[in-house]
Design a protein around this ligand. Structure first.
Ligand code: ACO
Length: 396
């Protein structure tokens, strides 16, 4: 049914209008993140994301998101040490991952591995602050280890152990690439994690909150959010952006590519956002991080293609409020860091777990199970048809 017709439907009992995709419908109250989509402003707990990306670390930002205030030095040190202590994963999880098909997508591997933590930490004491703290620490600590482990396992290697002398982001890059990263590369990666850590009630966070509202365990909450993030309309777009840039090949081809895509009503990956009518503020910072990477580690011709596409899109899509989103430049940074393309979305999950956990805590604080209604469009009541009287047409 066309969107226009859907939009005019109202619920028979409440009279509430159907809003496909819940566009503009508030589904919760939250104090975690605010977006001004007209001005292009994004704040976490009141702090502009640009300031956090410039001054904070990912773990400090995660602490802020989850507990609501910037940590003191002692609180941050304790949190960093706890996360460092829980980076290793059980040999059972590793052996389970060895049974995953090497050709499977790393997001599927991550979703399964994250869910499996619920088997290992099966006590579900969601009203115990210590349980909540431990679950937060475990998930933030172990998800990067799982992402890096699957990368080595699928190449037929054993995962390598985390290194206690390396900070969070440097350690992830080390576990992934088996090389200690350049400090600038590690810092840029950490800033990318800050930028992806939270974004209000996006699809995966909504998924997390719906799952949380049933009072299930936090591992199921995160696993359901990982599954939602994987789709190409959400976190999965960062992979597709690079594929698209390669297809375009050169900035001179950008206008023709756009015209053809628009004629065929194909979406331009990495463009458009439900909340923003201007360029996503995270895309602005990621673009400058990409430039910093290229200045230090060498240029990437796909960046020129991306710039060409952005310029060509201004006149064609700008009037509709469609501009680059967070996924447009992130892949270029990750590619320069040596991260394989199908790990871009798992890397997004490493960061977004902070936001999901903040929403999990908030949901538990004022919980009511999510149970929206629907507008039924199926058949009216019908009499049972015995199987010998059914025809293929009636089954169809
Ligand atoms: N390219 C071309 N046109 C677009 C794009 C795009 N990327 N995005 C939206 N539009 C157009 C649509 O064709 C539609 O036009 P119409 O009204 O003339 O039919 C209009 O803008 C509204 O589009 P919707 O898809 O209804 O917007 P919605 O808010 O539902 O979708 C979304 C937002 C999913 C992000 C969309 O912009 C999109 O598919 N973008 C490409 C995929 C992408 O980059 N996803 C990552 C988003 S960021 C994130 O999730 C981390």
């Amino acid at each position: 049914m066309a969107q226009q017709q859907l939009a005019e439907l109202r619920h028979a009992r409440t009279g509430i209008e159907l809003r496909p995709g819940l566009d503009g419908v508030p589904a919760t109250q939250s104090a975690i993140c605010d977006i001004d989509g007209e001005q292009g402003l994004l704040t976490y707990r009141g702090y502009p994301v640009s300031e956090l990306a410039a001054n904070s670390s990912f773990l400090e930002t995660a602490y802020l998101l989850i507990w609501g205030e910037l940590p003191t030095r002692d609180q941050l040190t304790a949190f960093e040490q706890e996360v460092q202590m829980h980076r290793r994963m059980s040999f059972r999880v590793r052996d389970m991952m060895k049974c995953f098909p090497a050709t499977g997508h790393p997001m599927d591997a991550l979703q399964s591995s994250a869910a499996s933590l619920g088997l290992f930490y099966s006590r579900r004491a969601i009203d115990d602050p210590q349980y909540i703290y431990d679950a937060v620490v475990r998930l933030i600590a172990k998800i990067p280890t799982m992402v890096a482990a699957f990368q080595l396992i699928r190449k037929g290697q054993d995962p390598i152990q985390p290194r206690d002398d390396l900070a969070y982001s440097a350690n992830f890059l080390y576990m992934l690439t088996e090389r200690e990263p350049d400090p600038l590369a590690a810092r840029i990666f950490d800033r990318c994690l800050i930028l992806h850590a939270e974004h209000s009630l996006n699809a995966s966070t909504f998924s997390a909150r719906v799952t949380a509202s049933t009072l299930t365990d936090p591992y199921a909450v995160v696993a359901s959010a990982v599954g939602t993030l994987a789709g190409p309309l959400h976190g999965g777009a960062n992979e597709d952006v690079l594929t698209m840039l390669e297809q375009i090949g050169s900035s001179e081809n950008a206008e023709a590519y756009l015209d053809e895509a628009m004629t065929e009503k194909r979406k331009i990956m990495g463009f458009g956002h439900r909340e923003y009518r201007v360029k996503d503020p995270r895309a602005v910072i990621l673009q400058s991080l990409a430039e910093e990477m290229f200045a230090r580690f060498g240029h990437d011709h796909l960046y020129d293609v991306a710039r060409g596409l952005e310029l060509a899109a201004e006149s064609r899509l700008g009037a509709k409020g469609i501009f680059p989103n967070v996924d447009f430049y992130s892949g270029l940074v990750y590619r320069k860091l040596g991260i394989p393309r199908d790990l871009f979305t798992p890397v997004f999950a490493i960061s977004r777990v902070a936001g999901w956990l903040a929403h999990w805590r908030e949901q538990l604080g004022a919980n009511r199970i999510f149970r929206p209604s629907q507008i039924y469009s199926g058949s009216g009541p019908r009499a049972w048809t015995p199987i010998h009287e059914r025809s293929p047409a009636s089954a169809a």
